[in-house]
Design a protein around this ligand. Structure first.
Ligand code: SAM
Length: 328
């Protein structure tokens, strides 16, 4: 029976958990479900950990090259759409630069995390008086469609777009999926639009594994929070003491994998699904992949998805890339 105090069911989450935990082989959950309100706050905390090089390296690239990144679009006014914007903290570097060349800016952050989006809109409006922030709480592609419709419906909004996708979130897709995703994105862009893509590069296994296993255990809490979310939203009965975080570099696939490992044989009932899931000792739920790329692979990714790699901004250590893709 429906209980008024229970959160509204997210049908996509229900489907993903049913299929993902019911899988005969590898159990898996879409990484976007890691980002409820608590998950988004934990991700912010991860970004501040000394081992987590991606955030600070990408921010340094943006600080060093943002003038160039902004002026490469010519003199026309632009609007910005950001996919998976989170706290938009790095994006502020770009927003400031754009506002030096045009008096106002329409910014459309798109994120599945409604709580984080609300908080971000609030703090951006307090800090930037000439920024018009229109938050879109949805999946990436629906978000682009909604932003495109809003831009088309209002002649005051510049229709030349810079789409940004930072934080190496493209690495969460399988390489084939990332090309399909980028092609789809390309089909929603005009020839004069651009895409700025943050991508993590190949590097030493120890550096990679440390980044996803910080000493403070914040990434572990972020990963385990998925079970807390299932318990809260789906009336799950997961005991968080019976699962542990495991993240490692898989050199065959050139990706960091994140898993939740069952520490014993156990059965877990999920009330709102009316279903029990069995776990063997050491069986895992695969919660995230983070693929790493080379500069050459980024160029190939651009070409395979009908873009041209206009510029690849990388840091001195060549740990991270912010790539500017233009429609081919
Ligand atoms: C790795 S964080 C990156 C945040 C920020 N862009 C940064 O670089 O620090 C990924 C962000 O994308 C959001 N997200 C994940 N999957 C998504 C999806 N399928 N559609 C929309 N947003 C998504 C998450 O809520 C989170 O805020």
């Amino acid at each position: 029976m429906y209980n008024r105090s229970e959160p509204q069911l997210d049908e996509g989450f229900v489907r993903n958990i049913k299929e993902g935990l019911g899988a005969r082989d590898q159990k898996r959950v879409n990484p976007k479900y890691l980002y409820d309100s608590a998950g988004s706050q934990l991700f912010e905390a991860i970004c501040r950990q000394p081992e987590y090089y991606p955030w600070r390296t990408e921010a340094a690239i943006l600080r060093q090259h943002s003038t160039e990144m902004v002026w490469m679009h010519g003199k026309k006014k632009i609007s910005i759409i950001e996919l998976g914007s989170g706290s938009s903290s790095k994006t502020r570097i770009l927003l400031q630069k754009v506002l030096l060349r045009q008096p106002s800016l329409y910014y459309f952050p798109v994120d599945v995390s409604q709580a984080m989006l609300r908080e971000t809109i609030y703090s951006l409006s307090a800090d930037f008086s000439s920024l018009r922030t229109i938050g879109i709480s949805s999946d990436y592609i629906d978000g682009i469609d909604k932003a495109n419709s809003l831009i088309a419906a209002d002649r005051q909004i510049p229709d030349k777009k810079l789409i940004i996708f930072l934080g190496s979130s493209i690495g969460n897709f399988e390489p084939k999926e990332s090309v399909a995703f980028l092609r789809n994105l390309r089909s929603k862009m005009e020839k004069s639009d651009d895409l700025l893509l943050g991508i993590d590069l190949h590097k030493n296994k120890n550096v990679l594994e440390a980044a996803y296993n910080d000493k403070e255990g914040i990434t572990a809490r972020f990963n385990l929070n998925l079970l807390t979310r299932i318990n809260r939203e789906l009336r799950g009965e997961f005991n968080l003491d019976s699962f542990v975080h495991h993240a490692f570099y898989n050199s065959c696939y050139k990706r960091v994998e994140m898993h939740l490992v069952s520490t014993k044989d156990q059965q877990v009932y999920v009330g709102r699904l009316g279903q029990t899931f069995s776990f063997d000792k050491n069986e895992t739920i695969h919660t995230e992949n983070s693929y790493k790329y080379s500069e050459e692979e980024i160029k190939q990714m651009a070409e395979a998805s009908q873009f041209i790699l206009k510029r690849n901004f990388v840091d001195e250590k060549k740990w991270f890339s912010v790539a500017l893709f233009s429609p081919a």
